[in-house]
Design a protein. Structure first.
Length: 248
């Protein structure tokens, strides 16, 4: 793993870093991956940090990472939650994401981020790879988020976070994220939604209870269709039918 790059994004002394995912940083390609969006992403200056407001970037991965770099310069603490690895013939394209993580690392590290900065959680809307079908000799690196991947609602409240701004172009909140946001909402965190780049003010939303909400077996049932990776996160090869399953 490129520890230097990971710690630039998730410094050990920062409380929010305990939720950052190291999975993408184990890729050898991250040392040479090219970034294109940093410095050209959506204007982050319209999103001003406020001590009681966290942000979730629910955008295409490379764009989300690039915007997180800009938010770091505005005073947010970016928390990369992209929890998958990379391989040839991969379901979720990771090249551009790795490039943005590499190019953005020194910028985030150099940013004057306050110790009490609110978090900006970074996701990838392509995490479930719509249209992908499991085929031999492909790398299934689809992934999802679970409540355990985020701080609890009570933790957020204890840290003074009373509002969550969801930046997304998605028509509906994805089911996996609903399990997180509904728990936060039940704890007292108000959820707002904003279209990136829109001049309209954020709109408060009521997150309904998703199916299997707080079901003890939820994570196990959902993750059954995904490939776990021994290095952390998700990602594994789909073997030929005559071969045993393995993870990369």
């Amino acid at each position: 793993m490129s520890r230097e790059l990971f710690e630039a994004w998730a410094p050990p002394a920062c409380d929010w870093s305990q939720w950052a995912k190291p999975a993408p940083f184990i890729a050898k390609d991250i040392q040479t991956a090219a970034g294109r969006y940093v410095g050209q992403a959506l204007d982050p200056s319209t999103i001003r940090p406020e001590h009681d407001m966290a942000v979730i970037l629910e955008l295409p991965g490379a764009e989300a990472v690039a915007l997180a770099v800009g938010l770091a310069q505005q005073g947010f603490r970016p928390v990369p939650l992209i929890n998958t690895t990379t391989g040839a013939s991969e379901a979720v394209s990771m090249g551009a994401i790795l490039g943005e993580l590499r190019v953005g690392a020194p910028i985030v590290q150099a940013a004057a981020i306050p110790e009490d900065a609110p978090p900006a959680f970074v996701l990838d809307t392509a995490r479930e790879a719509p249209g992908y079908s499991r085929r031999p000799r492909t790398y299934d690196n689809r992934w999802m988020v679970f409540p355990q991947d985020f701080p609890s609602g009570n933790y957020m409240i204890a840290r003074g976070i009373k509002r969550l701004l969801l930046l997304t172009r998605e028509a509906n909140i994805r089911r996996d994220l609903m399990h997180v946001l509904r728990r936060w909402q039940d704890a007292g965190v108000k959820i707002y939604r904003e279209l990136p780049g829109d001049s309209q003010p954020p709109v408060e939303v009521n997150v309904p209870k998703p199916s299997q909400f707080k079901l003890g077996w939820y994570r196990f049932l959902v993750a059954m269709g995904l490939k776990k990776n021994s290095a952390g996160g998700f990602g594994g090869w789909i073997p030929e039918p005559s071969q045993s399953s393995g993870s990369g």
